[in-house]
Design a protein around this ligand. Structure first.
Ligand SMILES: Cc1cc2nc3c(=O)[nH]c(=O)nc-3n(C[C@H](O)[C@H](O)[C@H](O)COP(=O)(O)OP(=O)(O)OC[C@H]3O[C@@H](n4cnc5c(N)ncnc54)[C@H](O)[C@@H]3O)c2cc1C
Length: 406
């Protein structure tokens, strides 16, 4: 083998690049292989995003200049109602965010190879010893990490990925100026991140407007091809077609113009993960289904899974090297405890939510407006007692569909 490292990471997304930062800081020799060319990075892999992740910004030392706009509230919309909650959020300049993670990792000692498309794992005598990339290049390492998002070439080859087509969510987002953020018929979206539940626009999913300052906003939709999607989706309308339909119909976009060349699209799986590690191997970020089932926030979870993997690698490589499957499962335990606790309940809430009708969404907004803030937070955390209080006898049909589909 030509070169050898403590840890090899495939993919320089938030998960891979953050893991490299943590490992390099601890003095490990780490290399990140990224398929995109450095000059264009991030191109295809440029995604949205925003989130209510104040604690991420602090705990991962993310600088303010990666933030496009700091927001003050989250707005939930249904076809005829809305609900506003004061909560700080951050709409990221995603390119700047990814570039920062790479540069900071390099500064700490991580090596990066761009234009390096990871192909498959190298297994010798039953042991994972390295990876092959591009046509015939090889690199060896004690621990290999797949952080390539849903592509997951290594995890799939090693039989770790359980990503299912039926749980595949797709999303698209454009960047606009000239958006009417305070239209009289809607909630004021100034300094807000808005998520809209409305099957006319995002069948079986949701759409969003994230204010980025002035009259500019990120506008997108995502959906899973679930039962509601099949019921409401207009035949031959792609995810782009659904977004176009919203843009043509909603008066807030009457004078909106696309900011040139700005479009992001991508996918993620919304499901319960299976195993996430094996001998000398871990899968992190969207390579295992990390995105929050309800509101699609993936960034913070990916960063947390990166840290859990770095902690596991540190443990396995300290003193006597032991990268056996048994030692690596520390990562799975950390994931369940710290990255996505109660994921099963959030998946259930998501499935019930997307089964509901537009009328039921209006009623949900009315009910949310009556609840105290601490109960809302309990509901968001998957507290069954509080969730059940939001249900009506007429919801039995959704529950029935849910049980039938699980
Ligand atoms: C349209 C859209 C909107 C979103 N909005 C939000 C949001 O508002 N808030 C939020 O928190 N999350 C959001 N997400 C989810 C979030 O973007 C993801 O959860 C997050 O980017 C996943 O990070 P990752 O590092 O696991 O994977 P990725 O970001 O997918 O990074 C994977 C990296 O691996 C590289 N790669 C792929 N294949 C190979 C290969 N074979 N060899 C080498 N490198 C490879 C890619 O080029 C990329 O750089 C959104 C996603 C989409 C698609």
């Amino acid at each position: 083998m030509p070169d050898s490292y403590d840890v090899i990471i495939a993919g320089a997304g938030p998960a891979g690049a953050q893991c490299a930062r943590d490992l390099a800081e601890r003095g490990y020799e780490v290399v990140v292989l990224e398929t995109e060319a450095e000059g264009e990075f991030p191109a295809q892999s440029n995604k949205s995003t925003g989130g209510t992740f104040a604690s991420m910004m602090t705990s991962f030392g993310i600088p303010d200049d990666t933030v496009m706009h700091a927001t003050e509230s989250v707005v939930l919309e249904s076809p005829n109602e809305h609900f506003v909650q004061g909560q700080p959020g951050f709409v990221l300049d995603y390119e700047a965010f990814k570039e920062f993670l790479v540069e900071d990792g390099r500064h700490k000692g991580a090596e990066y190879r761009f234009d390096a498309r990871v192909r498959d794992p190298i297994v010798e005598d039953g042991d994972l010893v390295g990876i092959r990339y591009n046509s015939d290049q090889e690199v060896s390492g004690e621990i290999i990490i797949d952080a390539t998002g849903p592509a997951a070439p290594l995890a799939k080859d090693l039989g770790i990925a359980n990503l299912e087509r039926k749980n595949h969510a797709i999303g698209i987002e454009y960047f606009f100026e000239g958006v009417d953020l305070d239209h009289p018929d809607f909630a004021d979206l100034t300094d807000a991140m808005m998520l809209r539940l409305d099957h006319r626009y995002a069948p079986g999913g949701y759409s969003w407007i994230f204010h980025t300052g002035g009259d500019r906003a990120k506008v997108g939709i995502c959906h899973i091809q679930n039962e509601r999607y099949r019921e409401h989706a207009t035949q031959n309308r792609t995810v782009d077609g659904h977004l176009e339909h919203w843009l043509d119909t909603d008066p807030r976009f009457k004078n909106a113009r696309r900011v040139a060349d700005n479009q992001v699209r991508g996918s993620a799986h919304v499901q319960f993960p299976g195993s996430m590690s094996t001998d000398s191997f871990m899968a992190i970020g969207d390579t295992v289904p990390s995105v929050d089932p309800i509101w699609g926030q993936g960034i913070y979870k990916c960063m947390k899974s990166a840290r859990a993997a770095a902690m596991t690698a540190d443990r396995c490589l300290t003193r006597k090297i032991d990268t056996s499957a048994e030692e690596m499962t520390v990562y799975d335990d950390l994931w369940m405890d710290q990255v996505a606790p109660r994921q099963d309940r959030r998946l259930m809430m998501m499935r019930l939510l997307y089964l509901a009708s537009n009328e039921r969404y209006d009623r949900l907004m009315q009910d949310l407006n009556k609840l105290p803030r601490d109960i809302l937070s309990d509901i968001n955390d998957g507290n069954m007692r509080e969730i059940v209080k939001l249900l009506y006898p007429s919801d039995l049909s959704y529950l029935w569909k849910y049980w039938r589909g699980t």
